[in-house]
Design a protein around this ligand. Structure first.
Ligand SMILES: Nc1ncnc2c1ncn2[C@@H]1O[C@H](COP(=O)(O)OP(=O)(O)OP(=O)(O)O)[C@@H](O)[C@H]1O
Ligand SMILES: [Mg+2]
Length: 384
């Protein structure tokens, strides 16, 4: 037997002697055989045994072989059917070929002719399998190509949106530098100071944007360490506080002093929380509905998790925005946003096996809850 894995052959003939001779020959060739003595019985056996090849007499009492051939081909077109014909059955034999019989052999059965017919049947089966494999790999290729195209398209979109953002940032950097140089010329230190502040802020935005892009372009595996949760939260707060103070936003930090440690990539998680806090600050600055604003940043240990919440009383979001905030490049800030911030935050938190939940109301503010398991989840940390 070859690698086509033909195992079972169904023999159909009303004469027991012929069935027996055929069964012995086929078993000698290494096949398993099952038998039936008429077309009706043959179809029942066919459905039960699912043979790859059927060898059937063309003329039998109570239903002819051609009818059986048609039924079998209808039920499973991949079955190969070899017809056994008597003298004078040539027309029937030719008809059977029309109905896609693999071959026909004449009675009395010659073992060589039988072997040749079976070889053809096996070749057809092997060919069909190859074709199926080929089609499958072709489908895979098409899928990969489509994914690559999507990736290229999003890369193109990203480069476009980054260039656009960069252009705006460079203009505001130029503005700051102009203030510095003209201030120096006029010996106006206020102006110099103002220019320095503007340039410094813009440099900060450029830095954040570049870091975001780097993260997006080159995802690395997490570098986990045991980190004290309170110290970590204080670190994040320290980065954010100066920006908020400058704009008169009250920053209320509530950290659980006994939260213990958690195993995280501190740099990455830091970046994720900063992105969420910066959005909270933006939301407060945009909101004209309140004279002053506050952001509450809290951290507590809850069961096996460290939970951070960032609660602002800024502009808030409607349902539609809420549903889209984690999408790549989704931003409502035009020149001032790339739409990478939450996409990346979500990916980082996902890599840690954690979740981000959001609740928000337009005009009232938003609350982001970030839950991080203290220890890495069992099934690795590729999920994102
Ligand atoms: N606290 C919030 N309050 C109101 N809207 C928010 C808040 N956080 C996020 N959003 C909305 O989600 C959008 C996506 O946020 P994301 O941080 O991904 O991008 P971005 O802030 O616009 O740009 P950047 O890439 O610079 O962060 C924002 O443009 C904003 O519309
Ligand atoms: Mg943002």
């Amino acid at each position: 037997m070859d690698d086509t894995q033909v195992e079972t052959i169904l023999i159909v003939d009303d004469e027991p002697d012929i069935r027996e001779v055929l069964a012995i020959s086929l078993q000698d060739m290494g096949y398993r055989t099952v038998e039936a003595e008429n077309a009706a019985q043959a179809f029942t056996v066919f459905q039960k045994e699912d043979p790859q090849i059927v060898v059937t007499d063309i003329k039998m009492p109570g239903g002819d072989g051609i009818e059986l051939l048609r039924k079998i081909k209808h039920e499973n077109p991949e079955t190969e059917v070899v017809m056994i014909t008597g003298h004078g059955d040539m027309n029937l034999a030719i008809r059977s070929l029309k109905y896609e019989a693999t071959d026909f052999i004449t009675k009395p059965i010659n073992v060589d002719a039988l072997e040749i017919a079976l070889r053809r049947a096996r070749e057809k089966i092997a060919m069909r399998r190859k074709l199926q494999d080929y089609t499958r790999s072709l489908e895979q290729l098409v899928k990969e190509k489509t994914e690559l195209q999507d990736h290229l398209a999003s890369l193109g979109l990203m480069i476009g949106s980054i260039s656009h953002g960069m252009k705006g940032l460079l203009t505001s950097l130029d503005g700051g530098l102009y203030l510095v140089s003209s201030g120096l010329e006029k010996k106006d230190m206020n102006r110099v100071e103002q220019g320095c502040r503007a340039a410094g802020e813009t440099a900060g935005r450029i830095r954040k944007m570049v870091l975001d892009i780097l993260y997006y372009a080159k995802e690395r595996t997490l570098n986990r360490r045991d980190v004290a949760a309170t110290a970590f939260a204080e670190d994040v707060a320290r980065v954010i506080r100066p920006g908020l103070d400058g704009y008169g936003i009250r920053f209320d930090c509530r950290f659980d002093k006994n939260a213990g440690t958690f195993s995280v990539d501190a740099d990455y998680l830091h970046a994720a929380l900063v992105n969420i806090l910066e959005n909270a600050a933006d939301a407060c600055l945009k909101d004209r509905g309140r004279p002053t604003h506050r952001i509450i940043f809290s951290m507590t240990a809850r069961g096996d998790e460290i939970v951070f919440t960032i609660d602002d009383d800024g502009i808030g979001m409607d349902r539609d925005t809420c549903d889209r905030i984690f999408a790549l490049f989704y931003s409502t800030k035009e020149r001032k946003g790339t739409g990478l911030g939450l996409f990346i935050a979500n990916r980082i938190v996902g890599q840690h096996g954690g979740t981000i939940a959001v609740s928000s109301k337009p005009g009232e503010g938003s609350a982001f809850t970030v839950s991080i398991p203290k220890t890495p989840p069992e099934n690795g940390e590729t999920g994102h």
